[in-house]
Each structure stands twice: as C-alpha cells, then as structure tokens.
Design a binder for this molecule. Structure first.
Ligand SMILES: [Zn+2]
Length: 355
C-alpha cells in the first residue's frame, strides 16, 4: 500500500507528458497553416491603407447557386488547360514575379508611355446571383460580360449600366475538352454557316444594351476560321466589337475580326484562375507591366470575392500611379484613332514624295 501513491503519480506524469506532446503536435499540424494563411492573405504591397474600399466578406451558399452554376465552375479548368500551362506552372511563374517589390518599381513615365490604359473585364456575370449582385454593385466602373443563358440577365444588365459599367455579352463556344460543358446554345465546330448565323442572331437578340462580345471558353471554336468568320459577320452587321478571351494560343479571333473589319482587342492577363489574394495581386502586377509595355492592356477576371476585393484595393492605388481604367469600347476607339493618325502621316509623306 505504501508504494501505491508513487506509482499513480508516475502514471499521471506519463499522462501529462503525453498530453503535452499531443498539444504540440496539434499546434504544428493545425496552427502553422493558419499562420501561413494569415501572412498570405495580407495584401502586401499592392493594397493601400484604404481598408474601407475592401468589400465585406461574401459567403456563398451552395444551395442558392442555380443549377447552371456548374458551367461557371467548369470553365476554370479549361482556362488552365487551354492556355497549355497548368495551374502549377502558371503559379510558379507568377510567384517569381511576386518576389519583386511592387509599387516602388511601377511608375508611369508619361514622356514615354502617356497614360497607360487598362480594361478590366469580369466574365460569367449573371449566373451566380449573389456574386453577380456584388459585381454589379462594385463601386468602380468595370466591363461586365454576361452569359446569355442566365436568369434575370437583362435586369442585371440594366442595373450594371445604371452603375456606369460597360456591358458585353459573353458568348459560349465549344472548348477542346469534350467533357466540359460551355452551357446551352454554344457555337460548335461543324455547324453550317446558316446554323451558326442563326444561333448568333438568336442569342444576341435575347439581350440589349451591350456594345461588344467576348468568348466564353471556345478553345476549340476560336481556332476554327470558318466558324469565327460567321461570328464576325454577325458582329459586323450588329456593329459590335469583339474581345478575344484567348483561351487558346491558336485562336484566330483577332485575325478573323481584322479580316472582317470588326473592332477588337485581345485579353492579356487572366486574373483569378488560382483563387488566392497573392495570385490575383501578382496577376495585377503582370497586367501593369503589360500596360506599361504597350500603352494598354486587357484583363479578364470572374465574379469572385477574392477578385473583387483585390480590385477594390488595387484600382485607386493603380490610378494614383497613372494607370487609367477604361471601357473596352473607348480603348478600341482610341487605338483606331491613333492608328489612323499614324497612317495619315505616312500617307501624306508618300503623297508628297510622289509629286
Ligand atoms: Zn466564361
């Protein structure tokens, strides 16, 4: 009986040590990622102190998503596949860029570039109602591209225009991956010219109040000169511009538009196919570089909380550094004007020499 208490004490000690070890292991397993995540979520250099500009967190209730939301989710996969650079490869590339100091190095040099212009297109609007609401109510005017098959899309378009957003239609086109569904009434390779033109006419007639069209998916269809020619004929007839979302490197969108005399732009940067704040911020940095390089650049993002939050912080910061967020239509007109002026000067010189 004398020896019983020390034995119990010894067992309790072992138990105590075991609990301590268990607590340390649990900390290592669960707390480390949280710490990391906290660091990652801090918007680092790109975000100014204007915290009031950041949107309140928006939680998505999966049950509220319409059935058609599946198409929206699926597009994210095809974007990575189509650009022939998987998410890992793209992410690595961007992480290298992110190691550079951001704001101090990006300064607009007016004498060389003038004001660099940036178009921010948000695709797939009108499908997920909660995020479409948040996008339409976004304070800064953006370019919103609406899928023609969403519910209440025209209501969203009307309100988007009241909020001074530019409006486009986001036309579903056949992707390379047969298992990915671009949604109903997509343009597909193999359809006749008549079928295609009827499809474009019908779908584009369902909505009004938009100035241009870009492609939803379409990594197969946008490589097809025959199909894209039929598409451009309809755009030309309706006086609509085209933005090639460039979901595949071999897209003939821009060249076919040029052949048919359709005003067009091409996407430079996808903002959010990896849904993390650091990826979106890095993509915005890439966008700034592209805009500095050629005087303008076109970005495509999606109605996601991470994207809208990053844009809310980035836009005033970028504007303070000389970047201008513009409508696609205004940029196209400016590029056309600039090209015409250059052409006129050349033509004048040629004419003078001929006398
Ligand atoms: Zn899309």
């Amino acid at each position: 009986m004398k020896h019983l208490p020390p034995v119990i004490f010894h067992r309790r000690s072992i138990l105590a040590v075991f609990i301590c070890v268990a607590v340390i292991v649990l900390q290592l397993v669960f707390l480390r990622p949280l710490d990391k995540q906290d660091v990652v979520q801090e918007p680092v250099q790109l975000v100014t102190n204007k915290q009031d500009l950041i949107l309140p967190p928006i939680t998505l209730d999966k049950e509220e998503k319409p059935r058609i939301e599946d198409f929206y989710i699926q597009e994210q996969a095809i974007v990575s596949k189509d650009t022939q650079a998987g998410p890992v490869k793209q992410e690595n590339t961007v992480i290298v860029e992110e190691e550079l100091p951001i704001s101090p190095l990006i300064e607009v040099k007016p004498e060389k570039y003038g004001t660099s212009k940036i178009v921010i297109i948000i695709d797939d609007v009108g499908i997920n109602h909660k995020m479409s609401e948040a996008t339409v109510n976004f304070n800064e005017p953006l370019t919103l591209a609406f899928l023609p098959y969403g519910e209440h899309t025209q209501d969203f378009i009307n309100r988007a225009k009241q909020k001074k957003h530019e409006v486009m239609v986001h036309f579903p086109m056949e992707p390379m991956d047969d298992t990915v569904n671009p949604g109903p009434n997509a343009a597909r390779v193999g359809m006749t010219e008549l079928e295609l033109k009827n499809l474009f006419e019908t779908e584009l007639s369902k909505l009004y109040g938009f100035d241009g069209v870009n492609n939803h998916m379409g990594s197969r269809f946008t490589q097809d000169h025959f199909g894209m020619s039929a598409f451009m004929d309809v755009l030309k007839e309706k006086d609509l511009f085209f933005v090639d979302s460039k979901t595949i490197g071999n897209s003939v969108g821009a060249s076919t538009a040029a052949e048919k005399g359709v005003a067009n732009l091409t996407r430079d940067v996808f903002l959010d196919h990896v849904e993390t704040p650091e990826f979106v911020n890095s993509a915005l940095l890439k966008l700034e570089k592209a805009a500095l390089d050629k005087g303008y650049a076109v970005a495509i993002g999606h109605p996601k909380e991470v994207t809208l939050n990053a844009l809310a912080a980035w836009i005033p910061d970028a504007q303070s550094r000389g970047f201008e967020i513009v409508r696609a239509k205004d940029l196209i007109e400016e590029i056309q004007l600039s090209a015409t002026n250059k052409m006129d000067a050349g033509e004048k010189t040629a004419l003078l020499k001929s006398y």
